[in-house]
Design a protein around this ligand. Structure first.
Ligand code: NAD
Length: 425
C-alpha cells in the first residue's frame, strides 16, 4: 500500500531541490511572479512513498523504497520518468519533478511535472527480480498513475522493457488495456517511432540553434560528451552527423580522448557488445571523467547525471558552449562562475525537452489509435525544439539574463497563467 510521507530535505551540499529553488527565486524576482504562484511552485503537489517487499531469486525478501513526486498539474496531467538507482532520494526526485513542470511548459506541451524512482541497484538484480519490483511499484502507484492523471516514462536505468511491464500490470489492475499510461513503450505496444533517439536528437537541435546564434561553425568545433547511455550516445551520434568532431566520451566505467575524433558508431557497437559500458574501448586514450569536463573543446555536453559541473571545476572549463543533456548537471554556484567566464549554458529544461516532446506525441497517438511515421515525428520534434529554443532566447534578450533563468521565466509565466485561470480554494 502506498502512503504519503513528510518531505525529508537533504541537508548536504548540492541538494538538487535546493538548486532548483535558487533558480526559481531569481526568476520569480526578475519577472515579478505572483506571490501565491511562487508559494505553489516551491512545493510539490504530492509525494507518494511506498515500501516494496520483493522476493529475491535466493528466496529472501528484500524491501525497496519507491517514490513518486507530482510537482504541479496546472497545465495538464503530470509527466515524468522513473529512475532505478541506489542514489534515488526524495530531494532528487522532487527536483526532477519540478524540472519536468518547467520542461513541459517550455516545450509547449499540455502537461505538468512528476518524477519517480526506486532505490535499487539494477546491475545486481536479475530480470525476474526487476520485473517483480516494477510490477510491485506499479501496483503501489496505481491510484497515482493514469492516462489523464500522471504518465510515467523511462529515466536512468529504465527503458521500454520496464514500461511494458507497467502497461501490463496497470491494465490488469484497471481491467482495461491502457497503453497511454506510460510513454517510452516498445513500438509493438504503442510506442512512438523516434522516441528512443528523441532526447539526443533534441540536444543536437538545441546545440545547432545555439551555435548559429553564437556564430560557431560545426566543422570547426570539437565536443566532449559525458555519459554514453541513451542521451549521451545519441547526442554524440547526431552532433557527429552535423560535422562536429567528438573528441571525448565517457560513462561511469571509463573516459576516452581522441584528437582525431572518436568513431561514435563503433563506440556504440562496442558498448552494445560489452554489457552496456565503454570500459576497454580501443578507439581513444584513457582519461579521467574530470579531465573530460575540462578538456580544451568548444562544446561540452553533460549527459550523465546531476552535479557534475560545480564550483570546484567550473573555473577550469574551457568549452564556450555547454548543452545539458542530463538533468541538473550544473550547480547554481557553477552557473555564476560560468556566466562570469562568458560560457553559454543551454539548460536541461530546454535542451533535453526533445524526449518529453516525442513522449507527448506517443500519448497523442495512443489516444487516437493512429500512428505517425518516424519522418513525421522527427520533423515535428525538430520544429518544436527550435521554437522552444527561440522562445527562451528572446526572453533572455528581453530580461538580459542567461538562458537558464530565461527558461525559468518563460515556463513560470505560462504556469502562472494556468494557475490563475484555473483558480484555487
Ligand atoms: P542511461 O542510464 O541510459 O545513461 C546514463 C549514462 O551516464 C551511462 O552511460 C552511465 O554509465 C553514465 N554515467 C553515470 N554516472 C556517470 C559518471 N559519474 N560519469 C560519467 N558517466 C556516468 O540514462 P539516460 O536516459 O541517458 O539519462 C541520462 C541523463 O539524461 C539523466 O540525467 C536523465 O534524467 C536525463 N534525461 C534522459 C532522458 C531520456 O529520454 N532518456 C530525457 C531527459 C533527460
Amino acid at each position: 500500500m502506498a502512503d504519503t510521507k513528510k518531505v525529508k530535505h537533504q541537508t548536504e551540499k548540492d541538494n538538487p531541490f535546493e538548486e532548483m529553488i535558487k533558480r526559481l527565486d531569481v526568476a520569480a524576482k526578475i519577472m515579478k511572479l505572483d506571490d501565491d504562484v511562487y508559494e505553489i511552485m516551491k512545493k510539490p503537489n504530492k509525494i507518494v512513498y511506498s515500501s516494496l517487499p520483493i522476493k529475491m531469486d535466493n528466496g529472501k525478501t528484500q524491501v525497496f523504497e519507491g517514490f513518486r513526486v507530482v510537482h504541479n498539474t496546472a497545465l495538464g496531467p503530470s509527466k515524468g520518468g522513473i529512475r532505478y538507482s541506489l542514489n534515488v532520494n526524495e530531494s532528487e526526485v522532487m527536483a526532477l519533478a519540478a524540472w519536468m513542470t518547467f520542461k513541459c511548459a517550455i516545450a509547449d506541451i499540455p502537461y505538468g511535472g512528476a518524477k519517480g524512482g526506486i532505490n535499487c541497484d539494477p546491475s545486481k538484480m536479475s530480470e525476474g527480480e526487476l520485473e517483480r519490483l516494477t510490477r510491485s511499484y506499479t501496483s503501489a502507484m496505481s491510484d497515482v498513475f493514469g492516462v489523464d492523471k500522471d504518465i510515467p516514462a523511462p529515466d536512468m536505468n529504465t527503458g521500454a522493457r520496464e514500461m511494458a511491464w507497467i502497461v501490463d500490470e496497470f491494465s490488469k489492475i484497471k481491467g482495461a488495456y491502457t497503453p497511454g499510461v506510460v510513454t517510452g513503450k516498445p513500438l509493438h505496444l504503442g510506442g512512438s517511432r523516434g522516441r528512443v533517439e528523441a532526447t539526443g536528437r533534441g540536444v543536437m537541435t538545441a546545440t545547432m540553434e545555439a551555435m548559429e546564434k553564437l556564430g560557431m561553425k560545426p566543422e570547426k568545433c570539437r565536443a566532449a560528451v559525458q555519459g554514453f547511455g541513451n542521451v549521451g550516445s545519441i547526442t554524440a551520434k547526431h552532433l557527429a552527423a552535423q560535422g562536429i568532431k567528438i573528441v571525448a566520451i565517457s560513462d561511469h566505467t571509463a573516459a576516452f580522448y581522441n584528437a582525431d575524433g572518436i568513431d561514435i558508431d563503433k563506440a556504440i557497437a562496442y558498448r552494445n557488445s560489452n554489457k552496456g559500458v565503454i570500459k576497454g574501448y580501443k578507439g581513444g586514450k584513457l582519461i579521467s571523467n574530470e579531465e573530460l569536463l575540462t578538456l580544451n573543446v568548444d562544446i561540452l555536453c553533460p549527459c550523465a547525471m546531476e552535479n557534475q559541473i560545480t564550483e570546484e571545476n567550473a573555473n577550469k572549463i574551457k568549452a564556450k558552449l555547454i548543452v545539458e543533456g542530463a538533468n541538473g548537471p550544473t550547480t547554481d554556484e557553477a552557473d555564476h562562475i560560468l556566466e562570469k567566464k562568458g560560457v553559454t549554458v543551454i539548460p536541461d529544461i530546454l535542451a533535453n525537452g526533445g524526449g518529453v516532446t516525442v513522449s507527448y506525441f506517443e500519448w497523442v497517438q495512443n489516444r487516437n489509435g493512429y500512428y505517425y511515421s518516424e519522418e513525421e515525428i522527427n520533423k515535428r520534434a525538430d520544429r518544436w525544439m527550435k521554437q522552444a529554443f527561440n522562445n527562451v532566447w528572446e526572453v533572455s534578450k528581453k530580461y538580459k539574463v542567461h538562458m537558464r533563468i530565461a527558461a525559468y521565466i518563460y515556463a513560470l509565466s505560462k504556469i502562472e497563467l494556468g494557475i490563475k485561470s484555473r483558480g484555487s480554494y
